[in-house]
Ligand binder design. Structure first.
Ligand code: MV4
Length: 502
């Protein structure tokens, strides 16, 4: 049985994983780079070990250092979180070789799903629909031309080792095909060291819908329904929700079954996600599988009522899944907003720096997964995600209202954040009506970029505090407050308000 877990990650996800560990009585080891000495995950852990300089290659991505840290602290398992080493088959293999439990799937499943061509082949053998495309890699250009003539333009040329939009080319006209193939191949070669490419029919303006799956090491595989992730910008997700406004009960049942079949095609165990694209006629196609816990997992946790990290630990311990597909229900509606340290006014440039003030939203139906605190400095070296704000309510409409309320009471100063942009998404009619696909942000950009003057709940609180503070002082100086003091009061109020830039 696992008694001590090393969390090979940082930021909000490291803290989130350790919270579950603490609840089940497992000791946590944090690893940290030299710039992360004061990071929240280091403070939260039972033990912490410095694993090197700030650049990820020399710390969070250094397999030898992480294995050494696990051995020297006597950790019997490693949770990789997301990003970093979470989808590295070599790392999973190395853990096994060192007698350390990797909290995740087999190295083989990671390897097959990490390559888009082998993933397509594996799942389609198990009757999961994939986008019409080439069965294997494209080896010569004439073969590619022939194929494109069969399925017709437009097509997508994709790198087999790609993901997140890298090494992808949309081809709309015949005379661009050859140059697009060459460009995709050379981009793939330099980005991934692997120039294998394949071709798919282009699905215009799809929805991105993914299914959470859980599987134990005995072949029991279930899905925990879908997440709608179409609100994204340059392949970076911004808002996720569940259930998907597009989904019907019939489609959900069918896609859920296909997600389970996709996972079974590689004898998957652990938590994983099957990504689909869905067109306006509700045709759906397997896109890829993420063989890790995902950023947006909390919305599933809230609606289905389970702790995914706890499930991962149980599976890694060799326990049987105790959840029964037929008993699982989606209860209400959950939405997640990703709060980034970035500047919406400056092309969403990362905005690392010192957190001067943070007031996190609270109240009914609100979950805040973060890691920053007042006086903490967000380093430049890593992902600029500050936190995830997750809300739950009985209906989608109420969940949007609740998210709007929570965003308006979220105050961070010191760094630029995406909060203002997220408020506008909650206020956007297309979002409110569930009328959106992967083109939502570009379609509504003008609306979303518009600034509007609103005083947030938090600002109200700050103003109230100033007023009470000032009234106290006045009262002390002059027990019976004459009416004439009111002018001074408002002058002082205005002065402080402008000092706080409210
Ligand atoms: C596609 C597609 C349309 N047709 N494939 C983008 C990221 C990568 N994982 C696959 N992606 C896409 N593949 C075919 N055949 C459209 C996208 C796509 C997309 C997919 C999911 C979420 C957001 C997206 C934004 C732009 C394009």
């Amino acid at each position: 049985m696992i008694e001590k877990i090393l969390v090979a990650n940082r930021g909000e996800i490291a803290v989130r994983i350790m919270r579950s560990c603490r609840e089940v009585g497992i000791h946590c080891v944090a690893v940290f780079s030299e710039v992360d000495r004061k990071a929240m995950h280091v403070r939260y852990a039972d033990e912490a070990i410095c694993i090197g300089p700030a650049p990820s290659n020399e710390s969070y991505l250094d397999i030898d250092k992480i294995i050494d840290a696990a051995k020297s602290t006597g950790a019997d398992a490693i949770h990789p979180g997301y990003g970093f080493l979470s989808e590295n088959a070599m790392f999973a293999e190395r853990c096994a070789k060192e007698g350390i439990i990797f909290i995740g799937p087999s190295a083989e499943a990671i390897r097959i799903m990490g390559d888009k061509i082998s993933a397509r082949q594996a799942v389609s053998k198990n009757k999961v629909p994939v986008v019409p495309g080439t069965d294997g890699p494209i080896t010569d250009e004439d073969e590619a031309l022939n194929f494109i003539h069969q399925i017709g333009l437009p097509v997508m040329i994709k790198a087999s080792a790609g993901g997140g939009g890298k090494g992808m080319r949309l081809v709309k006209v015949e005379n661009e095909i050859k140059s697009a193939i060459r460009a995709a191949r050379s981009e793939a070669k330099s980005a991934f060291g692997n120039d294998a490419i394949f071709i798919e029919k282009y699905i215009d303006s799809p929805h991105h819908i993914e299914f959470q799956i859980l599987a134990d090491q005995f072949g029991n595989t279930i899905h925990l329904f879908e997440r709608e992730c179409s609100v994204q910008r340059r392949h970076q997700k911004v808002v996720e929700e569940t259930p998907s406004p597009l989904m019907t009960p019939e489609l959900r049942k069918e896609m859920g079954k296909m997600a389970v079949q996709a996972a079974k095609s590689v004898n998957y165990y652990g938590a994983g996600t099957i990504e689909f694209i869905v067109d306006d006629n509700l045709n759906y196609y397997f896109l890829e599988m993420n063989t890790r816990l995902q950023v947006e997992h909390p919305i599933t946790e809230r609606v289905v009522g389970i702790d995914l990290v706890k499930q991962q630990i149980n599976i890694a311990n060799g326990e049987k899944l105790e959840l029964d597909q037929e008993e699982l229900r989606q209860n209400g509606h959950a939405i997640e907003c990703r709060i980034y340290a970035e500047d919406p006014d400056n092309n969403f440039m990362p905005s690392p720096g010192l957190i001067q003030h943070i007031t996190e939203p609270l109240g009914l139906g609100v979950r805040h997964d973060g890691y920053v605190y007042e006086g903490y400095e967000i380093p430049i070296y890593y992902d600029p995600l500050i936190s995830k704000l997750i809300v739950w309510a009985g209906t989608r409409d109420e969940a949007i209202n609740r998210m709007r309320r929570a965003l308006y009471s979220y105050k961070i100063t010191g760094v630029k954040t995406s909060i203002r942009f997220l408020k506008r998404i909650m206020e956007c009619p297309d979002f409110r009506h569930g009328n959106y696909n992967t083109h939502f942000i570009e379609k509504n950009l003008e609306f979303l970029m518009k600034k509007q003057d609103c005083t947030s709940d938090c600002e109200d609180v700050a103003i109230m505090t100033i007023l009470i503070d000032y009234l106290d002082k006045l009262e002390q100086a002059q027990p019976t407050r004459p009416e004439g003091q009111r002018g001074n009061l408002w002058k002082e109020y205005g002065r402080r308000r402008s000092l706080l830039r409210l």
